[in-house]
Design a protein around this ligand. Structure first.
Ligand SMILES: NC(=O)c1ccc[n+]([C@@H]2O[C@H](COP(=O)([O-])OP(=O)(O)OC[C@H]3O[C@@H](n4cnc5c(N)ncnc54)[C@H](O)[C@@H]3O)[C@@H](O)[C@H]2O)c1
Length: 282
């Protein structure tokens, strides 16, 4: 037998990202900011790609406080040339892209029948087309370097379930999940792993501005009822999942969607009320 089947060698260092370079789109705010800081905490240097240069600079300063290198790249992922240029700038400035986090995205609730063509195109450009060019450029760079890599797509629970008032966004996120699975097959031979994270509600500063009810006591009470773990997600919940998927701890994980949702996807129609506990169609 040429294989030692009793061999084990897992070390706690496997979670570290020391010497690796991450590129995080939308890293200037919200979930992307949390992921950029989480990756830096575990040792990665980080290129922060965002349309908001000032926000990205603030995150870069925090990355540097952790003793890691940070590079701010002001670019709109919806612009193919700018997205490809962002990868080139990261390669030039930090020497590699080992980890790509496609996080820039988002939406506001609106029924399809009320959407203008411009709104529909923007949703698709931001949430689906926006990740294709940058992923292509990063994958080419990873292949050329020959050291493998990890691509992490920030999808949503809305890519897994029906999502009234989010139809175009939900379609894009579902597309992102199959893009993830398909690329896992195309890139596996290069040791490039491709995975997705599907958060449910993660209140961010942007969200608190546009939908303050989400962070109100009433909002939190409702979240405690319908989310099995009894609370909304936070930036560290998403960052922890990203660090895991980026690291050697997930060295045999590719093509998966990791739900970071407190159990909402699993609950699928079950809700909790104070009187009777869990019920279907409460
Ligand atoms: N927050 C949630 O509850 C939640 C839930 C599920 C999925 N998600 C997904 O997580 C990702 C991040 O969402 P968030 O809530 O943290 O968003 P956010 O609005 O709080 O932050 C988004 C960041 O991306 C930047 N950005 C926006 N458009 C960009 C573009 N075209 N190019 C480059 N940068 C751009 C913004 O400047 C900002 O810094 C999105 O893909 C979203 O669909 C969020």
């Amino acid at each position: 037998m040429d294989q030692d089947l009793s061999r084990t060698s897992l070390s706690r260092d496997a979670i570290l990202l020391t010497g690796q370079v991450a590129l995080v789109t939308g890293g200037g705010g919200g979930i992307g900011r949390g992921i950029a800081l989480g990756l830096a905490e575990f040792g990665a240097d980080v290129a922060i790609v965002d349309i908001d240069g000032e926000a990205a600079e603030r995150v870069a300063a925090l990355v540097r406080e952790k003793g890691r290198q940070a590079l701010v790249i002001v670019a709109d992922v919806m612009d193919r040339d700018a997205a490809r240029g962002a990868v080139a700038t990261a390669l030039e400035g930090l020497g590699a892209v080992d980890i790509l986090v496609n996080n820039a995205g988002g939406t506001r609730p609106i029924k399809l029948v009320d959407m203008t063509d411009r709104q529909i195109d923007r949703q698709i450009d931001l949430n689906l087309k926006g990740l294709v060019a940058i992923t292509q450029a990063a994958a080419k760079a990873m292949i050329a370097r020959g050291a493998g890599g990890s691509i992490i797509n920030i999808a949503s629970i809305e890519g897994l379930r029906a999502a009234p008032t989010y139809s175009v966004y939900a379609a894009c996120k579902a597309g992102m999940l199959n893009f993830t699975r398909t690329l896992a097959l195309e890139l596996g031979e290069h040791a490039i792993r491709v995975n997705a994270i599907a958060p449910d509600l993660v209140p961010t500063e942007t969200m608190a501005r546009f939908a303050p009810g989400i962070v109100s006591p009433e909002g939190r009470a409702a979240q405690a009822r319908y989310i099995p773990l009894g609370r909304a997600g936070n930036l560290d919940d998403c960052a922890g999942a990203a660090v895991f998927l980026a690291s050697a701890m997930a060295g045999y994980v590719t093509g998966v969607t990791l739900s970071v949702d407190g159990g909402t996807w699993a609950s699928s129609g079950w809700t909790r009320n104070d009187a009777d506990g869990w019920r279907l169609f409460n």
